[in-house]
Design a protein around this ligand. Structure first.
Ligand code: ATP
Ligand code: MG
Length: 656
């Protein structure tokens, strides 16, 4: 990536020092960096002491056969015991694990650690009855209800790796995942609530399972009470089994490298990959980062990851990290605008949420709706904010900090992936002076670099490819059933150096801080200049009338690739249904030119009502590229809302 094109982002010179009070009492201080640099394995061994082991490991890291890592070799533990039982044993059984908020008004449940322990034990006993044995895979296709967490932990308790599939995915996406990991039991519900109405899940399971002869049982939670078709041989109700089962279950200790779960990536760049995570290193990595990056104080904090459990963020920072730390969390079932656009802020005020973690796409949506909506609620309990999933544009960062955080909350921009399992690059709240738009630097114990094609460090002030240079505890162990694809995808490119290739572009600024520029696949080449989509999108979003933007390069005879932009306007900028005037398009093109340079001026800008996004809020640029290049759009099975593509194509058809 060329440097002149990155000038815009790097010219961001706002800095936010940690609040004094937070820094004074922070869980982690600057000393952690030195400690970890001096001896990363000793650093992680110390972090591992935060976890309860049945048998202590005798070797921290086995990297004798790269890229196949083993962490905490010889150690034995049970993940569910760590997330639940040990807190009850420590006298914290009455602490709330989840303030669960259903989408329908007043549909709430508080679940304590003691209750969670009973429910997880009951579910584990039921799974045993259904024939689940250690090592068997179990598919989970659920809405955001407490039973989803219970189901995951019950699997973990038995050493039966779960694979959670987004409730929003189609039956064919579910079928593919069940088949790929050969699950024999599926846990689901009749449905969940979405946008004010019941959304069925069981029919999709029936359809998927019809093509999965290996599935012996489907365990069904009753959530909506809607009619379902029933197979007496195969289907069992949760309330007839789990809720009647014994609450006694003794967890068995498994090897630190025992598989914990398989999670499929969101498929923004291609066919989803089944990422395998194992037990010991994953729990150490997620619990340490959750405690360090969010400065978690389990007695006083109310923590909320506003994301779906069917995404890795939900696995690491709704389930395993927070529960291993004995945190009190909020879990919300529905969409942010049901029944009104202030729903999240109502929840923050009601539960006095201290820490909110969400995706930039959500923040940009709130920006679009306007600051008046959060302003109606008391958000003063918030002390820390987090962002994940995509680069957060400086404008969105500032808005988040000011309008949601009252101008006082640090913003943790956390870079990581399904594959990394845990935060890798992030500020630390008591240490880092944050820069809007930069994820800053690797967390203690993690080593990353920005390198060129040959794997050489590009050095400060330059752009290149983001790599991880040393193994880390929560790293993926392989792609399920496909060691070759694992090696090829992540390790072959820098095999000589032994680096993990993340697939993202990044830049080091003059201070050595990291600016993630998005996927390598999304980098454009315009008349010989390498341009990052992220930077042009940030320039567009910095215009007061733009809420969100997606940029793609489409093949162009003249320039090699032409920049095509798709923008969503802020609600205050356009009255409903109004067409964007040509003057505004010109204004936006000129705005990009003045922010970055004439070379970055989009050839076309299309105003759209929505952008194609995954359920985890990532923009699927490959679909927009298909539109811009007049191709049939590719695989849309992991889109949150597939009608979005029709709307966009209609807009293109109109030639606006
Ligand atoms: P696929 O690999 O199938 O395309 P995916 O990469 O979208 O799926 P995830 O593992 O959820 O699935 O996403 C990880 C990616 O998200 C990172 O590689 C990066 O591009 C982006 N990302 C996550 N957090 C950040 C962040 N804080 N800043 C910039 N980019 C981020
Ligand atoms: Mg990826």
């Amino acid at each position: 990536m060329s440097n002149e094109t990155l000038a815009n982002l790097a010219h961001e010179d706002r800095r936010f020092e940690p609040p004094k009070e937070l820094a004074e009492h922070a869980n982690v201080t600057a000393a952690a960096y030195d400690e970890a640099d001096a001896d990363p394995e000793a650093f992680w061994a110390k972090a591992a002491e935060r976890i309860s082991w049945d048998t202590k490991w005798d070797r921290v890291l086995d990297w004798d056969n790269p890229p196949f890592a083993k962490w905490f070799v010889g150690g034995k533990l049970n993940a569910a015991y760590n997330c639940v039982d040990r807190h009850v044993e420590a006298g914290n059984g009455d602490r709330v694990a989840f303030h669960w908020v259903g989408e329908p008004a007043d549909d709430t449940r508080d679940i304590t650690y003691a209750q969670l322990k009973d429910q997880v034990s009951q579910a584990a006993n039921t799974l045993i009855e259904l024939g689940v044995k250690t090592g068997d895979r179990v598919a989970i296709y659920m809405p955001m209800i407490p039973e989803t967490v219970v189901a995951m932990l019950a699997c973990a308790r038995l050493g039966a790796p779960h694979t959670v599939v987004f409730g929003g995915f189609s039956s064919s996406a579910l079928r593919d995942r069940i088949q790929d990991c050969d699950a024999h039991v599926v846990i689901t519900s009749d449905g969940g609530y979405r946008r004010g109405a019941p959304a069925a899940l069981k029919p999709a399971v029936d359809e998927a399972v019809a093509q999965c002869p290996g599935v012996e049982h489907v365990l069904v939670v009753r959530r909506t009470g809607e009619d379902v078709t029933w197979d007496d041989q195969r289907d069992v109700w949760w309330h007839d089994t789990v809720e009647k089962a014994s609450t006694d279950h003794t967890p068995e200790a498994f090897d630190a490298e025992h598989p914990l779960y398989v999670m499929y990536t969101s498929g923004t760049t291609g066919k989803p990959k089944g990422i395998l995570h194992t037990t010991g290193g994953y729990l150490v990595g997620t619990s340490w980062t959750h405690w360090a990056v969010f400065d978690l104080k389990p007695e006083t904090d109310v923590y909320w990851t506003a994301a779906d459990i069917g995404w890795v963020t939900g696995h690491s920072y709704i389930v395993y990290g927070p529960l291993a730390n004995g945190a009190t969390s909020v879990m919300y079932e529905g969409t942010p605008d049901t029944p009104h656009k202030g729903r999240w802020w109502e929840i923050v005020a009601k539960y006095k949420v201290t820490t909110l973690y969400c995706a930039p796409t959500a923040i940009r949506t709130f920006m679009k709706w306007g600051r008046d909506i959060p302003a109606e609620h008391d958000l003063s309990s918030l002390r820390l904010l987090g962002s994940v999933g995509e680069p957060i544009n400086p404008e969105a960062y500032i808005w988040y900090r000011d309008q949601i955080g009252g101008g006082k909350t640090p913003v943790m921009d956390t870079w990581w992936q399904t594959e990394t399992g845990m935060h890798m690059i992030s500020p630390l709240p008591g240490v880092t002076a944050g820069k809007p738009g930069s994820a800053m630097k690797a967390i203690p114990g993690v080593s990353v670099d920005v390198v060129d094609d040959d794997g050489e460090s590009v050095g400060n002030g330059n752009g290149g490819y983001l790599v991880v240079t040393k193994p880390w505890p929560a790293m993926l162990r392989t792609i399920w059933g496909d060691d070759e694809r694992f090696k090829e995808t992540y390790w072959e490119r820098y095999a000589a150096k032994g680096y993990y290739f993340a697939g993202d572009g990044a830049k080091l600024d003059d201070d050595g801080d990291i600016w993630v520029l998005g996927r390598v696949d999304d980098v454009m080449n315009v008349s010989g200049h390498r341009l990052s989509t992220t930077e042009i999108e940030s320039a567009l979003v910095s215009h007061p009338k733009v809420a969100e933007a997606a940029v793609v390069g489409a093949t162009d005879e003249q320039s090699g690739q032409a920049i095509n932009a798709f923008v969503i306007l802020r609600e205050s900028a356009l009255k409903g249904g109004e067409e964007a005037p040509d003057a505004l398009i010109t204004e936006l093109r000129n705005h990009v030119a003045s922010e970055i340079g004439a070379i970055a001026k989009p050839k076309s800008i299309l105003v759209v009502p929505e952008l194609p996004k995954t359920r985890s809020g990532k923009i699927m640029r490959r679909l927009l590229r298909d539109v811009a290049e007049h191709r049939d759009v590719g695989d849309v099975t992991t889109l949150a809302d597939s009608s979005v593509m029709d709307q966009i194509q209609e807009g293109v058809g109109k030639g606006s």
